[in-house]
Design a protein around this ligand. Structure first.
Ligand code: F6P
Length: 366
């Protein structure tokens, strides 16, 4: 074990509950070992713009239960493809990796911990190729990061999403309605699957299983026929009608990953009302899923991931990301993770469980 004198730390991508718990764990373990921690503001943007500050004990104390990130985050600043105005009202992507390496070296950093999702790990892989010592910690409410079976933040998001699904039950039941709740998750259906199962949603629509609206409508009508006048539907934002396309809410030209999903919930609700004659409403839960205090599960996982990152740094094992595999904490090369998405396998045990108890995925007759 060697003591690294100066460690940089940043949080990249969309914020999620548990980021502060990781910062706290890395910083406390490093400081207790005699090292210094430098906070990089707003993800890679802070390295591009040279916004760094030494973190004190006080900075990282009392933040375990706080959502968000004390460092700020940014889901647009990939150093290899950084969007800059070209002067003609358009955005062009520039490679600013040399600038990042310069600022990293000027700050006297021995190594850096990057806490983020796929975009952050892809950015890290590019910087590792330029010789920077980096260790990754996986975060995202979407739970879609390659090589790890869980990311912190997901449990809290699932709690929030199931709370919403539980709460719409009363209106659905009192007004005999179909209630569609659109959940986040991008191209993976983990949030919709887990929250849908936790709340007993009657229909769960996820990107991995294209849905047939006639089959979803048949499920709503079948429920009415057997005395259940309402239907609760959990739909992941990336869910697609069979033969159709994903619903895009807007394109962010300043982002290297410009597509923002959204709109499938309203589409499903409107179509079901037309096809069944049942009154339907759609709710978009949105960024509420990224907020709030992390659950104890996420606080523990984030703290353990932070400590493991510290251990990798101390052992000089750079270029690796902390993961959990089959319940055990381990690590894999960051290059193995970059650019990949971990979607729900269509034979996932929870899909089998849900089907067995009568939950529809919109692909078979009720
Ligand atoms: O990756 C986290 C996430 O919240 C996704 O679930 C969602 O699609 C996306 O980020 C939203 O991004 P933004 O905060 O840019 O709207």
């Amino acid at each position: 074990m060697k003591t690294l004198k100066r460690i940089g730390i940043l949080t990249g991508g969309g914020d999620c509950p548990g980021l502060n718990a990781v910062i706290r764990a890395v910083a406390k373990a490093t400081m207790n070992g005699g090292g210094e921690v430098v906070g990089i503001e707003d993800g890679y943007l802070g390295l591009i713009e040279n916004r760094l500050r030494v973190l004190t004990n006080q900075d990282v104390s009392g933040i375990l239960t706080a959502g968000g990130t004390i460092l700020g985050s940014c889901n647009k600043a990939n150093p290899a493809k950084y969007a800059m105005p070209d002067g003609d009202g358009k955005w062009v992507l520039r490679d600013v990796r040399d600038q990042v390496v310069r600022h990293f070296n000027a700050a006297g950093l021995d190594a850096m911990v990057v806490i983020g999702g796929d975009g952050t790990m892809t950015g890290a892989a590019d910087l590792i190729a330029r010789g920077l010592n980096i260790v990754g910690v996986p975060k995202t409410i979407d739970n879609d990061l390659w090589a790890t079976e869980i990311t912190f933040g997901h449990d809290t998001a699932v709690n929030t999403a199931s709370d919403a699904l539980d709460k719409v039950h009363t209106t659905a039941s009192s007004h005999h309605r179909v209630m569609v709740v659109e959940l986040m998750g991008r191209y993976a259906g983990w949030i919709a699957l887990h929250a849908g199962l936790a709340s007993g949603a009657d229909v769960i629509l996820i990107p991995e299983i294209p849905f047939d609206l006639d089959k979803v409508a048949a499920k709503c009508l079948y429920r009415r026929q057997v005395g259940k006048g309402f239907t609760i539907i959990a739909v992941g934002e990336g869910a697609v009608p069979a033969g159709g396309k994903q619903f895009v809410s807007h394109i962010d030209e300043t982002s290297p990953d410009p597509i923002r999903l959204g709109g499938v919930g309203k589409f499903v609700s409107d179509e079901l009302e037309k096809r069944t004659g049942l009154e339907s409403r759609a709710i978009v839960l949105g960024h509420i899923q990224r907020g709030g205090t992390p659950t104890p599960h996420d606080r523990i996982l984030a703290t353990e991931f932070g400590y493991q990152a510290f251990k990798l740094l101390s052992a000089g094992q750079f270029g690796r990301m902390v993961v959990q595999q089959q319940g055990r904490i381990d690590s894999v090369p960051i290059t193995e993770v970059a650019g990949k998405v971990r979607t729900v396998p269509i034979d996932d045990i929870l899909i089998q469980v849900a089907r067995a108890i009568g939950t529809s995925f919109g692909d078979v007759e009720p």
